[in-house]
Design a protein around this ligand. Structure first.
Ligand code: NOJ
Ligand code: CA
Length: 534
């Protein structure tokens, strides 16, 4: 008999917004989604043109990668002006219109907030780099000498300005860290979190958030949210900082979604975020599922679901009732799931998992049709090997796959060159396509509380050698059994002690389940999935 104690329960989460429980997110990389004016770069009017598609798919929230004025050395994660949409994407008015048009269709809009650093071209950084003291001198982190002062664990850029000092960079050298202070300052140039510079930066961040929220935006995905306070063991001060910001912003906008790129849901949710991701960094889990050589979703992979499940269950226990964990299909920083030889059949198993799993599902644009990771592309705007996950969306069979009317050479990035590259139009018309599979799964999730964010998860026991995974989801008197076999080898599983009155297949391929005595017997061919209503 399995222990059927729910691991997650219906919400006692303080930040709980009803809409998040049913949310299905879609991540849009704006430069690659839809080009409305033929300049080769996707834009906001292009996103507006595709809202009906997203609604058809069942999406109810979009997250748009950074769309502000930028020097684009890191695809927009180097912001020059947080209050202005980059002209290549349109105008602020286009963004306000996007919010209105999305809301008309029941879709919310989240922006990407690069909270921890600006670009070196931001006027405030330029002022901060000057020799004489000015009101921006302490808005970035400067050491007291351009020659010495190297410090543990911080990336110091020296010799780029006449100001005597080095600045701390967050990621690339052109991304100077904003000064939110140090948890335990132990050098004269390290300021405490409540010094005037750090407090001004905090105020500015709130101002930016409220500016866009005032124009109809519904929330933010916060870039590197964990990084704000420096040399902060356990991120204790960073957690307090976000609690403070969240409280202030939510006082005016209680229903917003705050999503963190933290990579540690236990910390991020304590900091007041509604959702944090399991990613390729941080406490991990995602690589065991999708990326490692022996990850679970691989036909020949050696490991079962055990490694992922262990990390997930630990995090789920720590965040239970307080916030959501997201396992995304992919994102702009990692290889698409359609890589390493995976086919559309493999992706169907993956999406069956993603869309029946608790928390908040995020679909990276194009994953729903199985767009490929394109290896070997020349790096674009600091993409390096991430560039292959950022190619133009494939809408149809027409010129440039319907992405743009520009000459091929002017496209932001080249398209998948293969003749049989997947596209939306073709898959929409084909009942057995990946796109229609994803659409059916979203529809089932949206009408079934058991499958939503806070429905209980009851994983059925797995052995190290298991190449399949079975689990129950339940809420009130609704219960589903989900079985997955991503491996090429047939598999069977006997589930003891559950004797449903009813066992009806909802979304299945190659998996059969029947009640036998007091048990359920499930047989699966290779690469199969089944969602059964009990
Ligand atoms: C995380 C973003 O997802 C990534 O694309 C970016 O390069 C870094 N943060 C720096 O902002
Ligand atoms: Ca354009």
């Amino acid at each position: 008999m399995y222990n059927t104690m729910p691991l997650t329960q219906k919400g006692t989460r303080p930040n709980s917004h009803a809409w998040l429980k049913q949310a299905v997110f879609y991540q849009i990389y704006p430069q690659s989604f839809c080009d409305s004016n033929g300049d080769g770069i996707g834009d906001i009017p292009g996103i507006i043109q595709k809202l009906d598609y997203l609604k058809w798919l069942g999406i109810n929230v979009v997250w748009i990668n950074p769309c502000f004025m930028s020097s684009f050395r890191d695809a927009g994660y180097d912001v020059d002006d947080y209050y202005r949409v980059a002209p290549r994407y349109g105008t602020n008015r286009d963004l306000y219109r996007l919010c209105r048009e999305a809301h008309r269709r029941g879709i919310k809009v989240c922006l990407d907030l690069v909270a921890g650093h600006t670009s070196i071209d931001h006027p405030r950084f330029k002022a901060s780099s000057r020799v004489g003291r000015n009101r921006y001198s302490d808005r970035y982190i400067w050491t007291s000498s351009a020659i010495s002062d190297a410090d543990k664990g911080l990336s110091l850029i020296q010799g780029n300005s006449e100001r005597d000092g080095g600045y701390v960079a967050n990621c690339f050298p052109f991304q100077p860290a904003l000064n939110y202070g140090f948890a335990r300052p132990d050098q004269p140039w390290q300021q405490p979190v409540d010094a005037p510079g750090p407090l001004e930066n905090r105020k500015e961040l709130i101002k930016i958030m409220e500016y866009w929220l005032g124009h109809g935006v519904d929330g933010f995905r916060v870039d590197m949210a964990f990084s704000l306070v420096k040399l902060d063991p356990g991120h204790k001060e960073t957690i307090k900082l976000w609690q403070d910001i969240g409280q202030k912003v939510r006082a005016h906008y209680p229903d917003i979604a705050l999503i963190s790129e933290w990579g540690n849901p236990a910390e991020a949710i304590a900091a007041g975020f509604d959702i944090d991701f399991m990613l390729h960094f941080g406490v991990g889990g995602y690589p065991d599922l999708m990326l490692n050589e022996n990850c679970f979703f691989r036909r020949s992979g050696g490991a079962g679901i055990g490694n992922f499940l262990k990390s997930y269950l630990k995090l789920a226990a720590k965040t239970k009732g307080k916030g959501l964990i997201s396992v995304p299909s992919g994102n702009h920083d990692i290889k698409r799931p359609r890589a390493d030889g995976r086919t559309v059949s493999d992706l169907k198993v993956i999406f069956t998992f993603l869309l029946t799993w608790p928390g908040a599902p995020f679909i990276y644009y194009g994953d729903e049709i199985g767009m490929r990771y394109i290896p070997g592309l020349e790096s674009k705007e600091g993409g390096y090997d991430r560039t292959g996950s950022r190619t133009p969306m494939q809408w149809d069979n027409g010129t440039n796959a319907g992405f743009s009317t520009a000459d091929k050479e002017r496209l932001y990035l080249p398209l998948d060159p293969r003749r049989n590259r997947p596209n939306v139009e073709k898959q929409a018309g084909s009942p057995g396509s990946l796109l229609n599979h994803v659409r059916r799964l979203i529809a089932l999730r949206k009408r079934s509380p058991a499958l939503q964010a806070e429905g209980a998860l009851i994983p059925l026991p797995v052995e190290n050698i298991d190449r399949h995974f079975a689990y129950l989801r339940q809420a009130a008197d609704e219960r589903f059994l989900i079985v997955l076999n991503p491996s090429a080898t047939p598999s069977s599983v006997r589930i003891n002690g559950i004797k449903p009155d009813n066992l009806s297949p909802r979304i299945c391929h190659g998996a059969q389940a029947r009640v036998e005595g007091d048990d359920i017997q499930v047989n699966m061919v290779g690469v199969s999935y089944g969602v059964f209503k009990l």
